[in-house]
Design a protein. Structure first.
Length: 384
């Protein structure tokens, strides 16, 4: 397959105003049209000046966990019977036949991370997947991608209403620490039993097993944190246990961007298209992605679907561009940067020879309201 006469934005390297992109399941070649020569038997698509970008990426959503237009019957985001649930696998709750998958695909979004909700201090395992498919097992790119942790108002509110612990920020952090200490001890006892048959292994525990890859740094720790003090609690816990930390939302992160740069922590910003519906959002600003990026923080933009429908991801980036973020940086915040944040940039996030052929075509600049997505390829296969 080859796309010709496209306005190609690779996200790594300079744009190619009138270029070609050749791919199978991976990107094979690209360049200006004067370098193009058709190969025998290949399918040719004339983009007629359309913008050609890598498929858009959102690495914090709850896509498929809330049935669109449904109430409790379609809500599979939070298991609220207990505060610590690391053994939950988000892939067991995602409905890929929900119509929001198709709407997201038609908006040019090809890859999402789906996470459990933020009611519990430890909510469960996150998965990275494509937006096209009927069976979740066939859509997975990495599962688990990470573990969902939550600090601040959400756990406090839920468990206060139930008159159960944790009802304070101290209690939430303590619940996380207790679980991580227990899992670390569990892992050490397993290792001792492997090294010396005289030592009995611990009784199998699914919760502890789920936390072992987090403690080993094999999967990330995604911390839901809005307030600045919650962000630093996430970093404090991460240092204590050597976790690979990612800050999700980071609403007040722009107030200490210099400190976040020094910590080397990435931030998944957003959602920004909603009201200040709870106290910890009072410092929310559209300038956040710009301030963080200019300070040197690696950040992406998320919709937190369904808080903002995923199909509006390009609009969220457009709002950031209207508030200080450069247009190229805004596009990177929904392509290359999220891929880097979740450690998948060797496969996703840019048009580069050897990378997976996830490609989206737009009638113009995706950050503009009037622009329409006119075609999507995932792994080289046209899906829309």
């Amino acid at each position: 397959m080859v796309i010709i006469h496209g306005n190609i934005h690779p996200m790594e390297g300079a744009p190619i105003p009138d270029g070609f992109l050749r791919f199978s399941d991976v990107i094979l070649a690209m360049g200006p049209m004067e370098q193009f020569a058709a190969l025998p038997g290949e399918s040719v698509l004339d983009a007629k000046g359309a913008w050609v970008l890598p498929g858009l990426i959102d690495v914090h959503t709850h896509l498929g966990l809330f049935g669109d237009g449904l109430g409790f019957e379609g809500e599979d985001c939070n298991e609220v019977g207990e505060p610590v649930t690391p053994h939950l696998r988000v892939i067991d709750g995602i409905n890929p036949m929900d119509r929001t998958f198709r709407e997201s695909l038609e908006a040019g979004v090809t890859t999402v991370a789906v996470a459990p909700g933020s009611t519990n201090p430890i909510g469960g395992q996150i998965a990275l997947l494509s937006t096209h498919g009927r069976r979740i097992d066939d859509m997975l790119l990495k599962a688990p991608l990470g573990m969902k942790f939550a600090l601040g108002e959400n756990p406090k509110t839920w468990y206060h209403d139930r008159d159960e612990t944790p009802v304070t920020r101290m209690g939430t952090a303590a619940a996380i620490r207790q679980a991580l200490y227990a899992a670390r001890d569990y892992g050490r006892r397993k290792q001792r039993a492997l090294e010396d048959p005289e030592n009995d292994p611990p009784e199998f525990d699914l919760k502890q097993e789920a936390l072992l890859p987090v403690l080993a740094g094999e999967i990330q720790a995604h911390f839901h944190a809005h307030r600045l003090d919650d962000i630093f609690t996430a970093l404090r816990i991460s240092r204590e246990f050597s976790l690979d930390c990612v800050i999700v939302h980071g609403t007040e992160g722009y107030l200490a961007a210099d400190l976040l740069v020094a910590e080397g922590v990435p931030v998944i910003t957003g959602p920004n298209l909603l009201d200040r519906c709870k106290p910890e959002l009072k410092q929310m600003t559209f300038q956040s992605p710009s301030v963080l990026t200019q300070a040197g923080v690696l950040c992406s933009i998320c919709t937190d679907h369904p808080e903002t429908p995923l199909k509006y991801l390009p609009i969220c980036a457009g709002v950031a561009a209207k508030n200080g973020l450069s247009r190229e940086d805004a596009l990177r915040c929904i392509t290359l940067n999220p891929a880097k944040i979740v450690g998948m940039d060797q496969l996703l996030g840019s048009l580069k020879v050897g990378k997976r052929a996830d490609v989206s075509l737009f009638t113009g600049d995706p950050l503009e309201m009037e622009t329409v997505c006119k075609g999507v390829f995932i792994c080289g296969r046209r899906c829309f």
